[in-house]
Design a binder for this molecule. Sequence first.
Ligand code: GDR
Length: 323
Amino acid sequence: MKVALITGVGGQDGSYLAELLLDKGYQVHGLIRHSSAEKYKSRLATIAGVPERKDNFVLHYGDITDSASLVRMLAEIQPDEVYNLAAQTHVKVSFDLPEHTMNTTALGALHVLEAIRTTKSDCRFYQASSSEIFGTAASPQNESSPLEPQSPYGCAKAVAHLLTASYREAYGIWAVSGIMFNHESPRRGTDFVTRKISKAVAKIAAGEQDELHLGNLKAERDWGFAGDYVVAMWQMLQTDTPEDYVIGTGESHSVREFARLAFEYLDLNYEDYVRHDPDLERPAEVINLRADITKAEKGLGWKPTVGIEELVQMMVDADKQKL
Ligand code: GDR
């Protein structure tokens, strides 16, 4: 039985990845912060409620800022695969908490890599890298695009990205970065724009909310479905040689377009409800991110299965149901 360790297992991606690996017959160990445990119980409910999954799933309280506990955990679990998904992942928050973001998002990755090195683990390591490392680089962005991050979060992810490559070169650790563009789902946190929109649309349609306040409406993102992206994470660790891959859909849409589609799905006009709020804008914005996934298509045989309209509808439907 293969053994995997997932940091950030209580997050959107962590929960989908844990399900995928459990269904493939892995024993899955998940690292979760004590304070997150209650909050993320609903995301892990699809594991707790299924005996075949639950029996092979072990939750550990820990923190990627605590390197000693990571060393102990690696020595004890001896995983075949380690997926580092834990981080402070909100771009706007990173402007308010730059040091915390560096400690978790950049140094957290370093702690995991160091734990692998010092325990002489021969595991394969996946680093959750991000399209935010490209920032203002011309789109479409691919594995060779320059790193031009525009936020403390983007800078922290760039550091983690470069450290992953450095540990691969210097110590021969089987380590890769998956450069993931935005990926969403009904499990997305409500402070990210897609879920903020889908939740508001459901509430407005039900007469429980009057307006939706948004920041930059012109920014364009490449939005895919998180369930597809965790498949790519797993595939990256099954290849012959450790290589980084860009993962996205190859299409970008503006925030305005996402909102329009979501309101239209419930026969509403977004212009009647969306209000621009400059306080929700960021000190620096990334204007256009669009993935060039040529390498992933060829090297992994990976393709997204959910388009923008289906994604919007899936999220609005789920939020309607939750109400
Ligand atoms: P992003 O996701 O910053 O791209 O990072 P987010 O959903 O926060 O923002 C996307 C775009 O929407 C604009 N926007 C707003 N964003 C939020 N959160 N709230 C608003 O009210 C709002 N109004 C407009 C933003 O300015 C931005 O342009 C996500 C995160 O998951 C990262 O962790 C991940 O690495 C990248 O995607 C890939």
